[in-house]
Design a protein around this ligand. Sequence first.
Ligand code: FAD
Length: 506
Amino acid sequence: MSETIYDIFVIGGGINGCGIARDAVGRGFSVFLAEMDDLASGTSSRATKLIHGGLRYLEHYEFRLVREALKEREVLWAAAPHIIWPLRFVLPHHKGLRPSWLLRLGLFLYDNIGGRKLLPATKDLDLQTDPIGRTLKPGYGKAFEYSDCWVDDARLVALNARDAVDKGARIHTRTKVISAKRVGSHWDIETENTETGRTETIAAKMLVNAAGPWVDTVLDQSVHAHEKHAVRLVKGSHIVVKKLYDDPRCFFFQNNDGRIFFAIPYEDDFTLIGTTDEDYFGDPRDVAISESETDYLCAAASEYFATPITRDQIVWSYSGVRPLYDDGASKAQEATRDYVLKRSGGNSEAALLNVIGGKLTTYRRLAESALEHIEAVLGKRGEKWTADAHLPGGDFPVGAFAHEVEKLGTDYPFLSGPEAKRFIRRYGTRAWTILDGAKSTGDLGQHFGAGLYAAEVRYLMENEWAHTPEDVLWRRTKRGLAGAEIDQEALAAFMAEDQAKTTVAL
Ligand code: FAD
């Protein structure tokens, strides 16, 4: 057992666990985080990937959540202008569904309750004359165009983890918490490395259960706590099809069952369509899109697009499980998206904080709320700091993205325009670290296809906990969408060999 007693032990390397770890270590707490699989391998890589207020939550009177989330849009954009960027959404009026005065009212609130400074306001649109209307069936006329932001969800997690470790936290992936026992005023937490089977016991004063959809499983099986925290698991699925239209704007569509869904330009060549909302009762690891969800999304999109969306157009799909706080709502889509933090112990007994619910969008504010609980138990160490801090690679102004791409292209003239853009989108100013003086692609090492070279893979292994081709292809990058262009076998062999040599700075 290690001699150190950490202030905080965090279970779960999703956005909430990594966000809390980063905030806490930046205030001076010692932090250990264990993630049983890869960072963001749970819900945090399976979202629609919007940094948004959540227009539809206004219908459920979730004004606190919407206001907080709207305010976070510009805070997070400034913190990570490489992986977060503004989007415009086109919301067509559909006869027989929500009336246009209601949409207008909702968007008026959306524009005005959340401290919007840089994002452009809502405007009216005529789909009969605007070019984007041509992609839809004839008959759609009135529409609204409003702002929200996009985020690369899995990279948001990795960058929070990276920043936490840069500030002194320890983060172990492939490390499962097997048991956590209160020993007087501290916890003994037994972990197991899921690759080697090696076990280790870590001591900490406070335990933060940020296990997302596994919050109750951790309480039951690891903490053996009697408390249970009414987590409602709600599955959501997306389909990815080849690009449906050539316009950077997204669609916000209403379906005739009252639900809404999005169609979003995705990774240059694709369109992302989702999501569904269904109660889920299985193991979150096994979640997958069902036949009926696929049919639902194809039918819903076909109601709007001029060319019907069929199953054979689907190139990829993914599903995730929202760990929502069970507020007793009858329908899955109506369950609150707000977060709830529950603390127990704290005097003579070691303290436990359970994190339930939340959105990617509100992770930073959730972390600040978690820190209020942590400070109530362990005492205050530092001030709030994350509202004005960049995430790794995001240290350039929000309007300077194109300038960064141009600078990278000038410094590395062998990169094509799209390649330079891809590097800045993924890594921001850290792209210079990866390219490290290379004079040609030959200097970047082995090529695995679709512009993925050894230099990038090695950077991800050494700095971002990538262990397997899946970590690289589907979470740190989305090169997996290049399909057969990637030599997966060569990538796996390279990573296995390099793993043995890599002393990771983590
Ligand atoms: P997770 O990301 O699941 O992290 C929990 C982690 O704990 C997992 O990685 C798991 O492996 C680990 N873990 C569990 N048990 C153990 C153990 N015993 N030991 C060690 N580790 C353990 N939010 C938005 O803001 N915008 C959106 O557009 C959006 N769209 C969404 C669409 C869908 C379909 C879904 C499902 C969610 C969406 N969300 C969105 C919500 C957002 O994705 C989640 O709220 C968020 O990712 C939850 O993060 P988390 O850290 O709580 O959970």
